[in-house]
Ligand binder design. Structure first.
Ligand SMILES: [Zn+2]
Ligand SMILES: [Zn+2]
Length: 446
């Protein structure tokens, strides 16, 4: 008798047949039906959890209540939970025999903004952040991720006769400020706990219909770096420029010339952007200021493109100063979040099963340009798949795309309002199948 011949399982909704045969492909249709039935019966609890978290969001590194709420859910499922890993982060481990360790990550944090959806469960909460009072809202969908994360844990525990290994469910603080993943790693995420063999994360996306699952092979989000430049000239009278070194002129020249790094030096088929978002200098119309400060953002997907852009930006700044016979400018480039690069092997394994389950509702998409600190876990050596799920009614998404209906509010909009049930259900199904596909692949010795 092989280990899969034992009858299933804890959840009443799951049928008592063998769903994952040891040496054949997964019977995805039956497995999906079993997961759907399980999620359907579980949904009222997930709905209550989602709406409670949505109504009471907490901002980066303040996620005490949110984390405690998730810790209680995971303990009730039999996970061993450690809180306060990386400030407010938590780690939940479930051991189920020999096999790989698979990590599933959710974020905990909300955004410093006012929700304007008018939903019954909308947030009206405020907090103090960076010394100022602000509204708080889950306008990026991290509450969808948390409900999907708990739902996935519950479904996988219900299916525990179908897989062997260790689940490592982590809830990460402060994704929006790009600091939470690093905080968890610094506090021993992969040394105090088993280092996962594989990892998964999902993100709700306002551009797509619920029921759809979107993914990229390779880079899925951008490298993000911050740029600060101080041009140092010599101040003086606006009517006597010959006695000055004009720092406003340098700033203006730089803003224009730096775009030639993008258009002339970088391979035009590769993504790369530099945008100057702030220029500060001067006080009055007849005074040439002695310095001007610029701030901008640099985005790229590939490390080699990033390196080329950084070098070109610095060279342009220095050249602009040299043209004016000014001292060298101060150029500071602060390394930000790295691109999320999906592992081709993990994607290939999950893709096959997700394709069978979701058909043409599973789609590859080009990388998106916002950044995401899940990349820290990948760069720490966890081959992963990061995918996206849609959130709105398919008809409304289609109408918006064809220009026949209003544009739908995207992530970070005060009106962002995913349709909870189909969105969370898709999140649970896709994540459960992705994790099971990886356990199964390992069990079959591939
Ligand atoms: Zn966000
Ligand atoms: Zn987000």
């Amino acid at each position: 008798m092989n280990r899969f011949a034992k009858p299933l399982l804890a959840s009443a909704a799951l049928c008592a047949a063998t769903l994952l045969p040891a040496r054949a492909e997964i019977d995805v249709a039956r497995l999906k039906a079993a997961i759907e039935a399980s999620v359907e019966s579980d949904y009222p609890k997930l709905d209550a959890l989602y709406k409670d978290i949505h109504a009471h969001p907490e901002i980066a590194f303040q996620e005490e209540k949110t984390a405690a709420r998730l810790a209680a859910e995971m303990r009730a499922l039999g996970f061993e939970v450690t809180e306060h890993v990386g400030n407010t982060g938590l780690v939940a481990i479930y051991k189920n025999g020999d096999g790989p360790t698979i990590m599933v990550r959710t974020e905990l944090d909300a955004l410093p903004m006012e929700e304007k959806t008018g939903l019954a469960y909308a947030s009206h909460d405020k907090t103090v952040w960076q010394g100022r009072e602000t509204f708080v809202a889950h306008s990026c969908g991290h509450d969808i991720h948390m409900a999907s994360w708990v739902g996935t844990a519950r479904t996988l525990v219900g299916l525990k006769d179908q897989w062997h290994g260790t689940l490592m469910f982590i809830a990460q603080p402060a994704e929006e400020v790009g600091a939470g993943a690093m905080a968890m790693l610094r506090e021993g995420l992969f040394t105090r706990f088993p280092k996962p063999n594989f990892g998964f994360a999902l993100h709700a996306n306002g551009a797509f219909a619920y029921g759809t699952v979107l993914y990229t092979v390779g880079a899925g989000s951008s490298n993000s770096d911050s740029l600060y430049i101080k041009f140092r000239g010599r101040g003086g009278h606006g009517a006597a420029p010959q006695a000055t070194i004009d720092s406003v002129m340098m700033a203006a020249r730089f803003v224009v010339d730096v775009q030639s790094v993008i258009s002339r030096e970088k391979d035009p088929t590769e993504f790369g952007v530099v945008s100057i978002g702030a220029i500060h200098g001067g006080t009055a119309e007849n005074i040439i200021p002695d310095e001007v400060v610029l701030a901008g953002t640099i985005r790229s997907f590939k490390p080699e493109v990033r390196a080329k852009m950084l070098a070109g930006i610095e060279r342009t700044a220095k050249a602009v100063a040299a043209m004016s016979n000014a001292p060298e400018p101060l150029v500071t480039i602060t390394e930000g979040t790295k691109a999320v690069i999906n592992d081709p092997g993990v994607v290939a394994t999950a893709e096959k099963v997700l394709k069978a389950a979701f058909g043409d509702k599973l789609r590859p998409i080009p990388p998106v340009t916002p950044s995401e600190d899940y990349s820290e876990f990948i760069n720490a050596g966890v081959p992963s798949m990061f995918f996206r799920i849609g959130v709105y009614e398919p008809e409304r998404v289609a109408a918006a795309r064809e220009g026949e209906g209003p544009q739908l509010p995207g992530n970070h909009s005060p009106l962002f309002a995913p349709v909870p049930k189909p969105t969370i259900e898709t999140g649970v199904e896709a994540m459960t199948l992705a994790v099971l596909s990886t356990f199964d692949q390992h069990a079959r010795g591939k």
